[in-house]
Design a protein around this ligand. Structure first.
Ligand code: ADP
Length: 434
């Protein structure tokens, strides 16, 4: 699904940019080609002005002068005096050239002269116009007539514009190649860019799938126990019935806790769980958590100690309920993953060396510990290490809830090894005095 979206997005990006590039290139080519043709035609007109006035001033047009003009400027020149071609042109035996000259003259008479001058008028003129021969060659042509000493001289100059056409074709080719390369590069860029863009969405979706799968799996176990208890109750004695009912109640509570945890996380995902900052005495709250978990620690013969600052901490702006929730999660884990006879300690201190000041909460145990490989994973939803699977009543959601809370309070949570074995969780929260 994401692959298809990636291809579609790439196609869309590349298509739009290709269209924009093509339109811009066409506009540029049109402007540049028109300018190029116009300036070339203008300089031809200018050259013809000079050539005609040059001929007008010469009494004798020499063979050498004409040959030089043709050679230096790539012109084809044909001159007739009173309708008789000059010797220069009589010597010319190139049939293609003669045909082209005839075509140019007849095109001039039929298309230009008739429109501009009356055929009988005896005035000097010269006209420049573009012309394409029947052989497909393009020229700029000039036809001029000069009346001089009672003689009429007709001049035809053809200037092949193959160079200009080649220039224009090359320019089009360069642009096509540049556009193609740009579209290819852009497609490549869009492909990787859309992949990067879609990857968080894909990851999010995969996490959701895993979350739903893990949640269903966790809910299935207590549900199966409840259903089997219900069917067993029908055939059981009143004493057994009591046992089954208390199992059903315990499993029901387990399910309810799991559902509450999942609801909390879905609220966190939607950024919808409320954080109420109010003046809070964190040391008092931690003492309450310590007292709440003392019986559990005693039951496992675990020594539970708490270290608080000697002088009571001033109240700070914090969400007390969330703070206690984090302390409870860390304490519950520490006691659960520490074997009988172990030790768990809680400590709270204020670091005044930084700005803002920081509240440091640490929960240290000498229990089963967490391998380096798992130190990141334990904050993932439903993650439970193999060593801790035997501990019932844990779903692998506690630390992900704790880390969501800590981040919403703009703090950090880290785990490290306790020297000599076990784990130490360290929470750092900004301390804003109330
Ligand atoms: P759970 O409800 O399973 O404890 P958590 O998200 O709180 O879920 O913890 C995830 C996993 O991290 C636990 O299953 C356990 O493997 C490991 N873990 C957490 N706290 C400790 C600890 N104090 N000592 C050893 N392992 C721990």
């Amino acid at each position: 699904m994401f692959r298809k979206a990636q291809y579609l997005l790439t196609l869309l990006c590349a298509g739009i940019t290709a269209a924009i590039l093509l339109i811009m290139s066409l506009i540029y080519l049109y402007v540049s080609e028109t300018g190029l043709s116009q300036s070339q035609f203008l300089s031809f007109q200018h050259a013809m002005d000079n050539l005609v006035s040059n001929i007008r001033q010469q009494n004798v047009i020499t063979y050498e002068w004409l040959a030089r003009m043709e050679k230096n400027n790539s012109y084809l020149i044909r001159i007739t005096d009173n309708g008789v071609p000059l010797l220069f042109n009589q010597r010319n035996t190139d049939v293609d050239r003669q045909n082209t000259e005839e075509e140019a003259l007849s095109y001039f008479s039929s298309s230009i002269l008739l429109k501009n001058l009356s055929p009988v008028s005896n005035t000097d003129y010269h006209f420049e116009f573009p012309f394409t021969s029947s052989l497909g060659k393009d020229y700029y042509a000039c036809v001029a007539q000069i009346f001089h000493n009672g003689q009429s001289t007709e001049i035809l100059v053809l200037y092949p514009i193959q160079d200009l056409n080649t220039k224009i074709k090359m320019q089009r080719l360069y642009f096509a190649l540049i556009d193609l390369a740009a579209v290819l590069l852009l497609s490549l860029f869009s492909f990787f860019f859309t992949k990067k863009l879609l990857s968080p969405i894909e990851q999010n979706r995969n996490e959701q799938i895993q979350f739903v799968a893990a949640a269903s799996h966790e809910l299935r176990t207590p549900l199966a126990v409840i259903l089997s208890c219900v069917s067993a109750i029908k055939k059981s004695s009143p004493e057994e019935e009591e046992n089954f009912l208390s199992t059903i109640a315990a499993e029901g509570q387990r399910m309810s806790r799991l559902i509450n945890d999942m609801l909390f996380l879905s609220q966190a995902d939607a950024h919808a769980f409320p954080v109420r900052l109010q003046p809070t005495e964190c040391d008092t709250l931690l003492l309450n958590s310590y007292e709440a978990f003392e019986p559990m620690a005693k039951e496992k013969n675990i020594s539970l100690t708490v270290f608080l600052p000697e002088t009571p901490l001033p109240p700070c702006l914090c969400d007390g309920e969330r703070f206690s929730q984090v302390a409870a999660i860390l304490l519950h884990n520490a006691i659960s993953y520490t074997p009988q006879g172990g030790a768990v300690s809680l400590s709270l201190s204020l670091d005044t060396s930084k700005r803002p000041e920081s509240l440091l909460l640490s929960v240290t145990d000498n229990g089963i510990g967490i391998s380096d490989l798992e130190k990141d994973k334990i904050f993932h939803r439903f993650y439970r290490s193999d060593r801790s699977r035997s501990v019932k009543d844990h779903f692998g959601l506690g630390l992900s809830i704790a880390s969501e809370i800590i981040h919403s309070l703009k703090g950090t949570i880290q785990v490290a090894d306790t020297p000599g074995g076990g784990s130490t969780f360290l929470v750092c929260l900004p301390f804003h005095r109330a």
